[in-house]
Design a protein. Structure first.
Length: 142
């Protein structure tokens, strides 16, 4: 996706947040600065999320495609997610696959934002461990 589209998307989401929470915008010293800050934070979050996903994908060894349209990296990642505890798998799926922000995940699951952040952090560590172990097993077989 071109960079311009990412920026437009981040700005659009900032405006949606402003409409959803006008009290935050009104409480800010400058509504324009608030929008710029929120847009930048959204863009940074998406960049970090994409970077983490890319790091995970590079750790997965190439395998033959088992399902048409689903690459080996996708299949390995989905298998690893299925090995996570249900609360962590839900958080990962909603955040990285459904691209929901953490506060929306918290509302959806009825959990505090801090709990969702902890689940995502623990899931990230667990996924790294699962994929590293899988890579090592695949290397031993080769």
């Amino acid at each position: 996706m071109p960079h311009g589209v990412w920026r437009q998307d981040a700005v659009q989401e900032a405006f949606v947040r402003a409409v959803a929470r006008p009290y935050k915008v009104l409480a800010a010293d400058s509504s324009e600065a608030w929008l710029r800050t929120v847009s930048l934070n959204i863009a940074r979050t998406r960049f970090r999320r994409r970077h983490r996903r890319d790091v995970l994908m590079r750790r997965i060894p190439p395998r033959p495609e088992a399902i048409p349209g689903a690459g080996p990296e996708w299949l390995a990642t989905m298998a690893a997610i299925r090995n996570l505890p249900a609360p962590q798998a839900e958080a990962i799926a909603l955040h990285y696959l459904a691209d929901l922000p953490i506060d929306e995940i918290a509302r959806t699951l009825g959990a505090p934002v801090g709990t969702i952040k902890a689940r995502l952090s623990r899931a990230w560590v667990a996924l790294n461990a699962i994929l590293t172990e899988q890579n090592e097993k695949d290397e031993e077989r080769s």
